[in-house]
Design a protein around this ligand. Sequence first.
Ligand code: CS2
Length: 486
Amino acid sequence: MTKLNLNSLAQVNKAVKLPPYNLATTGCGIVHIGPGAFHRGHQAVYTELAMAYGGNWRIKAVSMRSRSLKEKLASQDNLYSLVILDEEPYTRIVGAIDDVLVLDEDREEVMACLCSPETFIVSLTITEKGYCLNSNGTLDFSNPDIVADLKNPSIPVSAIGLLAEALRLRQQSGLPPITIISCDNLSDNGSKLRDAVISFVACSNASLAEWIGQNICFPNTMVDSITPASDEALLQLAEAQTGLSDAWPIQREAFAQWVIEDKFSGPRPAWDKVGVTFTSDVSLFEKAKLRILNGTHSTLAYVGSLAGLDTVYSAISQPAIEGFISSLLKEEILPSIQAVGQIDLDAYAQAIIQRYHNPHIRHLLAQIAWDGSQKLPVRILNTIRDNLTAGRSIQKLCVPIAAWILFIARQIKQGATLTDPMSETLTGLAVKHQGETEELANRILDLEQVFAELSENGAFRESVIQQLRRLSEITGDNLNDCLVAL
Ligand code: CS2
């Protein structure tokens, strides 16, 4: 089978959409840090489409550590297929990524791209853990990467340190200000990134910290599209769709949404012409998405895994689980979001549940279960805080917390590893308290890096323990007993 590359594009199946601009004459105006599947299926595609309206907005992708993407795309001129998984799948070839660099081995080139006068935007998808934040959203100065970067700021290993060094060099060279766009599932993602970079820089250079505060915009954003990890089935589907072999195609649902705070230091692509929403306040969009979609995603991930299920589709297809998710939304999540007259939350939530019912999307619960210590605070704990303050119930919201704890216990008991920045701590507790689930729960609930002041909240702790007792024997056969009674 012919490989996908610039020369073979002419052979691609006619139904396949191609980049709507001239790849050879279009320059790069964006550096993206963390070019994982979500970036390649979401922001890169919006940017691809926006280039039909002009502008030099191709992307220099920077991988902080992994070199697999660079290896896979190098042989195909950094082109890749995006397969939209719907009733009738359809595909486009994406050419937005001009090059893939790896920080450790391409450091000079990475800095040259970040400090290029043609670069006006630096965007990031580095996952929640990549921001090196405390549970209260401020920079964690005890994070090993932050400690290392403060010692050696000119050879940064963290995204925070890399941005700080790039801004230092840009200011020193009198280059135009850039806009730094976080595209991760964090509340106030741009503001938190801004505060983290400024507090990092302020440790050594107060005037640069002040300059950043006055000249560099960090807009908040909300990003959304269900983008399962690529698998062997996708490689075959992409080949069938395009007639070319692609080393790393991307798959996603048809739905995509991008909301960006309209605050830029300089020019940007014509994203507004291709469906991106610009607003003065992202907070409602972000709160609704993080709590309704991501909160139920994490609930499905842990409850579904405990029940022996493996995909979002298989979990939501269980009436007892869908029934629980619906009551969790209705009774405890939607009331925490004040959206009257702005968003029809019931319709928004129903549309998300329908997205979960997409039989063409194989979204692994194991993938969503990663990094629970970083995800649950934003997706579940903030909702619990608001409900406690308002005197609303938290019983159902404590189910994903209890299920996460049981998930950890079962993973370690089965000899599996945890994908989580706190895996060492969590694994140690699970080993120490094997067979003592409530003791394990109490020690995990003591972790202030995850629960902050909730660790001291007796009502919260008691509710988690109560749900833990209900869920401790959950299997695929007793879902009704474990969930409907809640
Ligand atoms: C998922 C998200 O893996 C996860 O944690 O909940 O990646 C989710 O698919 C996206 O936020 C959807 O927009």
